[in-house]
Design a binder for this molecule. Sequence first.
Ligand SMILES: Cc1cc2nc3c(=O)[nH]c(=O)nc-3n(C[C@H](O)[C@H](O)[C@H](O)COP(=O)(O)OP(=O)(O)OC[C@H]3O[C@@H](n4cnc5c(N)ncnc54)[C@H](O)[C@@H]3O)c2cc1C
Length: 373
Amino acid sequence: MDRYDVLIVGGGPAGSSCARRLVQQGLSVAVLDKARFPRDKVCAGWVTPAVMETLEVDLADYGRTRTLQPITGFLSGAIGGVPVRTDYGRTVSYGIRRCEFDQYLLQRAGAELRLGERFESMERGDGAWIVNGRTAASLVVGAGGHFCPVARELGARLGSSESVVAAKEIEFPMDAAQRRSCRVEPQVPELYFCKDLMGYGWCFRKGDYLNIGLGREDNHKLSERLQAFCAYLAGRGRIPADIPARFHGHAYLLYGHAPREVVGDAVLLVGDAAGLAYPQSGEGIRPAVESGLLAADTIVAAAGDFRRERLASYREELVRRFGAGGAGAADRLPVGLRTFLAGRLLTNRWFTRHVVLDRWFLHRSQPALALRP
Ligand SMILES: Cc1cc2nc3c(=O)[nH]c(=O)nc-3n(C[C@H](O)[C@H](O)[C@H](O)COP(=O)(O)OP(=O)(O)OC[C@H]3O[C@@H](n4cnc5c(N)ncnc54)[C@H](O)[C@@H]3O)c2cc1C
């Protein structure tokens, strides 16, 4: 039987970040993922510079052979309205493609990779977890995204009572005619909010790729809303008329909206498995990476004693980093009032720059995660 200090289920940004930090600290680590990499992930692929800094990504090296789209401004407003343009005059974010980004992070993590292997089971045996009946690990990290099977082991009721964000998107390479007719500027992604502020659509050009999507806090009529959004974009001449019809869907949790247990005996959850995406923007890569690193430091500090109480400090680290969670003030407002306010505020340049973009989307007040050396 193979034996590792830590087995990580899921090789996305949460799993690979956790794996890299553990390997750097001298632990033996395996990452198990049902997919073979490079694999795609439904995602707009927008990352803030703090993520690149925390991950120690050499941007010049990364961008040499992969898509790395600098973002210097945004076009934003309400669906159906007239958007506002905000320019920063410098790079405030990047666009990446998840098939490239996740592969890059996983390959450099230095862990043993068990790709193409689905998690089936974990049982206690011989002072360790026995995963899939053939791999022993002192501790298991659940990094399998929203539907992570390890989260189920900790009691999460996947796909049932949890209140999720439901999203649909496409990402496709534009042909020459589509590139000519697409008026979205690569360095200025476009964000359009639903009038009830329950979600937003985006349109994001990364080099020759176009990514269009819509996410909402309810699943109600998502496809119809998406169609209406695309018709609005096409009507304003932003996107080519002949975009592919087949959008891909996914769901995930916003931090504090449906808390999951994240710590068990010799088990931790990170990233989407723990339900950590930022509530206002749905950005999940940064919390995935940061939680992966915080989990790794908790594991190292526990020094082989992985009882639940020894790992409980991880939960406190998450609260210290992301706050206590819970519904924000906007969530408590009646829909009619929210609609009224959205109509006013989303056309206001000050509100758009300082609240919507700086605070909700760029998290400019939250510096990159500082880790113990
Ligand atoms: C439409 C959409 C757009 C988004 N846009 C953005 C964005 O622009 N920026 C941003 O920061 N966030 C965005 N997010 C959120 C972001 O994609 C996630 O928060 C992020 O991918 C979480 O990373 P993770 O490592 O926790 O999980 P994932 O990236 O989902 O990785 C989980 C891994 O676990 C593996 N796995 C799952 N089940 C099993 C199993 N049974 N056995 C073995 N392996 C398994 C999967 O194959 C996968 O590789 C978006 C999400 C959606 C749905």
